[in-house]
Design a protein around this ligand. Structure first.
Ligand SMILES: *Cc1c(COP(=O)(O)O)cnc(C)c1O
Length: 421
């Protein structure tokens, strides 16, 4: 690897996915295309989003309520257009996934089904420094069962002197909690450190002690390889406005393993989860679909789902294999550039994200020791859109769909200038 314009231009030329950048709108800072490294927080708008949305607006204008059946993509079955796409991205069977709801709401709904405390088996294992929404949701679930969150929630801490929670430590804790453990619920990729967990190993350990195991995939979906079915994960939920580029607050999604689809799990039922052959008979007794669709409460929010569909079609075209291969190269190059900048300036820049490809996605979390938020503000001013987390972490995510090697190079130049200033 080299830190030269020549080198990055060559890499971008060789990149099979480079043309996908043109299919997104890139924000500008002071009239110049920004270095947009915040796809982990809000992915960019696909240019195709507008026509997908327009189609539904047109069909609504043209058909009114008849659009449920007459629309080019009939609304009564709208969520069905997502199953294959989502199954592909999370490594599932199409009946195991559904586009619906929002992330935190979906987690709650899944925990109603999968967190079933019973006598001494009431504990939840999660990560310390989880995303706050997840922490609140777990606490609320414990409270709903009349339990004290402080007593039943065990938060795994990172190893001493590190930000990383090792799988060995998690697995050891799972066996230690043993038959007191009811559920493991952690992020597939930690939002703060960018660490990707070995979901197969964690799930396996949870099952060995008789606990259920689920993951929040907010930072994992569209970012790392997922094989939820093969890994025997019980349940998972995600949002679609981060790596999936489906727009602010857009529809979420969930996964339930086929092992559970025939069981009579408690479900927060609604009419859209009812057997679709009988949905419009308006019968008094809930008859769940034999698929993840059983968790659907309401009919599909078609407008934001239209944009989600536009985005999923781009993923299908790019393919996960090519995206992952580029992601590794691009983020390796970013790590190299950060090191180069550190040695050129003498700044103490620590990357807390694990370096191994299977232990991270495209995000790197950088601690600039001795520099505060001023450094972050200064790189923003100079054209980088990144993300700041207290106390001193800068999170940068070069997204393989639309970021380039030139973006990484420009980031290095701007960071270096700001460190020197
Ligand atoms: C982004 C994110 C959320 C956001 O939840 P919403 O319900 O979509 O607002 C929750 N958890 C994690 C881990 C996240 O990264």
């Amino acid at each position: 690897m080299e830190r030269t314009l020549d080198y990055v231009k060559k890499q971008d030329k060789r990149d099979e996915l480079s043309s996908f950048r043109d299919r997104f709108y890139l924000p500008k800072i002071k009239g110049k295309e920004a270095v947009y490294f915040t796809g982990n927080s809000l992915g960019l708008q696909p240019k195709s989003a507008e026509s997908f949305l327009k189609q539904e607006l047109e069909d609504w204008a043209k058909y009114g309520v008849e659009g449920h059946f007459e629309a080019r993509r009939p609304w009564y079955a709208y969520h069905e257009f997502f199953s294959e796409h989502l199954a592909y991205i999370v490594g599932a069977k199409s009946k195991e996934v559904v586009a619906m709801g929002s992330l935190t709401a979906n987690l709650h709904s899944l925990m109603v089904s999968f967190y079933r405390p019973n006598g001494n088996r009431n504990m939840i294992l999660c990560e310390k420094k989880a995303f706050p929404s997840d922490t609140y949701a777990l606490q609320a679930q414990a409270t709903l069962h009349g339990l004290d969150p402080k007593q039943v929630i065990f938060e795994m801490e990172p190893a001493k002197g590190s930000e990383i929670i090792t799988e060995d430590a998690i697995i050891e804790k799972i066996f230690e909690l043993g038959d007191r453990l009811a559920m493991v619920m952690i992020g597939g990729v930690n939002y703060y450190t960018g660490q990707a967990f070995d979901m197969a190993a964690i799930t396996d350990a949870a099952h060995k002690v008789g606990a259920s195991c689920g993951f929040d995939l907010a930072h994992a979906i569209g970012n790392i390889e997922l094989k939820l079915h093969e890994w025997q994960v019980d349940f998972a939920a995600w949002c679609t406005y981060k790596y999936l580029n489906s727009g602010p607050g857009s529809v979420g999604g969930l996964f339930v393993h086929s092992n559970h689809l025939k069981k009579k799990l408690p479900i927060l039922a609604g009419w859209w989860g009812h057997d679709k052959e009988k949905r419009f008979l308006m019968e008094p007794e809930f008859m769940p679909m034999q698929s993840a669709e059983a968790w659907q409460m309401s009919n599909a929010p078609v407008f934001n789902m239209a944009i989600h569909l536009a985005s999923l079609e781009i993923f299908r075209e790019a393919t996960m294999g090519r995206l992952l291969a580029k992601s590794w190269r691009l983020t390796d190059y970013l790590a190299f550039i950060v090191e180069e900048v550190a040695s050129a300036t003498g700044a103490d820049l620590e990357i807390i994200t694990p370096p191994e490809h299977h232990r991270r996605g495209c995000q790197l979390s950088i601690v600039a020791h001795g520099y505060g938020k001023r450094l972050f503000d200064s790189i923003t001013e100079a054209g980088v859109i990144a993300d700041w987390r207290e106390p001193n972490v800068i999170r940068v995510a070069p997204v393989p769909l639309y970021n380039s090697f030139l973006d990484v190079y420009r980031f290095g130049e701007i960071l270096q200038k700001s460190l020197k200033a």
